[in-house]
Write a protein that binds this ligand. Sequence first.
Ligand SMILES: Nc1ncnc2c1ncn2[C@@H]1O[C@H](COP(=O)(O)OP(=O)(O)OP(=O)(O)O)[C@@H](O)[C@H]1O
Ligand SMILES: Nc1ncnc2c1ncn2[C@@H]1O[C@H](COP(=O)(O)OP(=O)(O)OP(=O)(O)O)[C@@H](O)[C@H]1O
Ligand SMILES: [Mg+2]
Ligand SMILES: [Mg+2]
Lengths: 248, 248
Amino acid sequence: MSKVISISNHKGGVGKTTSAINIGAGLNKLGKKILLIDLDPQANLSQSLGIIEPERNIYGALRGEYKLQPIEIVKGLDIIPSTLDLSGAEVEMSGEAGREYILRELIEPIRASYDYILIDSPPSLGLLTINSFTASDEVFIPLQAQYLALQGLTKLLEVIDKIKKRLNKELKVGGVFITQYDSRKVLNRDVVATIEAHFKDEVFKTRVRDNIALAEAPAQGLDIFRYNLKSYGAEDYLSLSKEILKRK
Amino acid sequence: MSKVISISNHKGGVGKTTSAINIGAGLNKLGKKILLIDLDPQANLSQSLGIIEPERNIYGALRGEYKLQPIEIVKGLDIIPSTLDLSGAEVEMSGEAGREYILRELIEPIRASYDYILIDSPPSLGLLTINSFTASDEVFIPLQAQYLALQGLTKLLEVIDKIKKRLNKELKVGGVFITQYDSRKVLNRDVVATIEAHFKDEVFKTRVRDNIALAEAPAQGLDIFRYNLKSYGAEDYLSLSKEILKRK
Ligand SMILES: Nc1ncnc2c1ncn2[C@@H]1O[C@H](COP(=O)(O)OP(=O)(O)OP(=O)(O)O)[C@@H](O)[C@H]1O
Ligand SMILES: Nc1ncnc2c1ncn2[C@@H]1O[C@H](COP(=O)(O)OP(=O)(O)OP(=O)(O)O)[C@@H](O)[C@H]1O
Ligand SMILES: [Mg+2]
Ligand SMILES: [Mg+2]
């Protein structure tokens, strides 16, 4: 039984892409078959795994030109890459009837061949992110432990709620996790306390620490496990992946 | 003679909002009259200066309900605040003839009362950012010294070029500056070397260092000068503001 998860937060730079790659690779290390979908016109997920402007991508599939065409990264870890041209998709899709269901329809036929499908969303609440929510069972929210990152949460939860009511009854918040955490910074500790008081059991115990190896790995086209297995980043994303499996 | 500047980069979390506030406050400290415009549906700029869901905001003005209504922050530093409802603007505007000129038309009548007008853009290249470029004389690009932040630059420069050809002949890249810099991190030093080789004189000499005071100030509703005048953040944004005045 496969699960589709959106990794979303319209606040920019909170670690959506870094988490999609390394939770995917972590779950794969734990024996699961994973599909990553890059739904961001910046195509950071694709670039971070060394895939630049592939012929078949999410944009062509959303336009109905072809079905989803997974590319293998390592055994059991596939990707549907993005392209910079995806920035034209939202305007193009906005006129279609049932435009929110386009991605869900594309995922349906291949869903059964994966244990988890992780979707990396762009930093906005536009039609691409709405497609991601409509196609998903759960939303995982990466949160930087900073003041500005807290501000946008209410709006994000509102939009998730609206999608649940109108477009996807199964949708729920699968969990919230802290990224780029530095326990020496008072601000980080304060914000985490606020988040844990508000979200209680929905917050994953693992906090992904601020670790430069996570920012270096994309330059090599590798996930953190293949880049530096002994890093804090690898330790934290493996621990987070184990927690995700437990929550099933 | 006033200058309109877009602070833009579709990569998320690179310090657009932090820079708009603190370059604005820095130029104000140096005796200039400044208007900040919050063009992001996240409304981070407005929240960071303690303005929450104001009655008159950029959304009502873009919809043609009223003219721009500046609110004073301190003497010589005004803001046009945003609202979470702005997320509906792009779809609403997309059907209007000349939709790219809406912000430029709104700024025209008040432009002469300010030395600088700084526009904080959302992390995307949609219609709001295009309105910002069409209304501006220059674009300032904040850049995180990380691999993923480098990737999006080509696309950003392409869009600026297209706006310059079709919508705003005066538009130019006013400068690029490094944010969240930590000289101990090899990755930061490497990326800066790449940026300086590519942009040469367009890169401002001041690098804004990674400084927790910059992330704390928004929680108090203050710019960095009013929050902690002796911090690295205050030092760097004042030095950057002085460089901006010299480039006139
Ligand atoms: N735990 C971490 N420690 C150190 N650096 C990190 C960590 N997580 C992410 N980064 C770096 O921070 C930057 C932002 O992360 P990332 O691009 O994954 O965020 P995002 O939410 O996907 O951004 P966007 O909103 O642009 O899509 C990147 O340069 C990334 O390499
Ligand atoms: N020089 C710095 N040192 C430390 N923290 C910083 C610095 N600049 C920005 N920050 C913090 O990093 C986070 C991202 O900055 P900011 O929100 O200004 O970026 P942005 O580009 O406006 O993001 P978005 O793409 O969401 O609009 C914020 O929490 C901010 O407080
Ligand atoms: Mg991303
Ligand atoms: Mg911002």
